[in-house]
Design a protein around this ligand. Structure first.
Ligand code: TRP
Length: 334
């Protein structure tokens, strides 16, 4: 508990451009959680170097992601937005937790297997222990809840196992986190292959709408979205393309699928796709404007980065001191 609130932790990597899926599925909901939770959101830059990064580009992207968090409506005075690499406790706790994680557990992680197959020339130890760093992120803040996508659930399960194992040896040190199940965000699928999640790392750029896409691009991508030959706007498993567009339209306009079916009853896909495009444009435009304003305000962002790193560091150190003592490290003489 911090300030009588439960603690929520989540993080995102700055690799790849954020998509409409990241916004509707995660960021948009993150903006309101601070009423109920003490929220920490990190730019997971330590995780990103498990894949080779070009330094200048990497630095720029990390800053852009942090700026986007704010542009998306996450108030940096009420939420702790910071770079993971600014708080050394993440790496320190990660090492300690490595010694409480079994290789057998890491061998079972499906994301590791996928990534190892994708980056066969760079299967580094960091890629393998990536889930342990995630566990450290979460446990460092004694997080009660973690909003994660389905693809990260296995890592959260592992985090719980590590926390419970540690607690059973040393007493109650860590809060055992739960997945955040609240008003869940929309699950947005690729516009080109509606059986796949819309992803910032998709090679097919037409499958994803990026948060910084201009209106023409957004409209073009919506018009080209893969659908079917049924010809009616129905929310059914048999029409995954249309179903996905309905989900997007619902999330943008706060509607239910039934309301959308009714609105487009008897209308063609052309009209519907156009309406979806317009909705997406009107949701993204204010975000893009704020982003442009914030990008010009270097001093403001710098202040946020500094203050929030200090705040995160304060809570991280509290946990870390406790952990080190429990493990039996000798205290530093000051
Ligand atoms: N690995 C997560 C992703 O790529 C990002 C992440 C890092 C994270 N640490 C975390 C998410 C802790 C939730 C909690 O999506």
């Amino acid at each position: 508990m911090i300030n009588d609130k439960k603690v929520l932790f989540s993080a995102m990597q700055s690799t790849g451009n954020l998509t409409l899926g990241n916004y509707l599925g995660a960021l948009k909901n993150w903006t309101t959680l601070c009423d109920e939770y003490e929220c920490f959101y990190a730019v997971a830059d330590l995780h990103s170097i498990t894949v080779r990064q070009e330094p200048a580009e990497f630095r720029k992207r990390a800053r852009n992601l942090l700026t986007l968090f704010i542009a998306a409506g996450i108030d940096p005075e009420k939420n702790c937005l910071y770079y993971q690499s600014h708080v050394s406790g993440h790496a320190e706790l990660s090492w300690i937790l490595n010694c409480f994680t079994y290789m057998g557990e890491l061998n079972r992680m499906t994301q590791f297997k996928d990534k190892a197959a994708k980056h066969a020339d760079n299967i580094n130890a960091g890629l393998y222990t990536y889930p342990v760093l995630m566990a450290a992120d979460i446990l460092l803040y004694q997080a009660d809840v973690v909003p994660v996508g389905k693809d990260q659930l296995q890592h959260l399960e592992l985090t719980r196992d590590i926390a419970q194992r540690f607690n059973s040896i040393y007493g109650d040190v860590f809060t055992v986190p739960e997945p955040y199940i609240g008003k869940s965000g929309a699950r947005v699928m690729s516009l080109q292959d509606p059986t796949k999640k819309m992803s910032k790392s998709d090679e097919n750029q037409n499958g994803s709408i990026y948060l910084m896409d201009d209106p023409d691009t957004i409209m073009r991508k919506c018009k080209r979205a893969v659908t079917d030959s049924e010809g009616c706007v129905r929310y059914r498993d048999e029409q995954p393309g249309i179903r996905n567009l309905i989900d997007i339209y619902c999330a943008c306009n706060d509607l239910t699928p039934q309301e959308v079916e009714k609105e487009f009853d008897g209308k063609g896909y052309g009209d519907f796709k156009m309406a979806v495009g317009e909705s997406v444009i009107s949701v993204l435009k204010p975000l893009q404007d704020r982003y442009q304003d914030l990008s010009k305000n270097k001093d403001y962002i710098d202040r946020i980065v500094k203050e929030n790193a200090e705040k995160a560091g304060y809570y991280a150190n509290k946990t870390l001191r406790k952990v080190k003592k429990k493990v039996g490290f000798t205290e530093m003489i000051r």
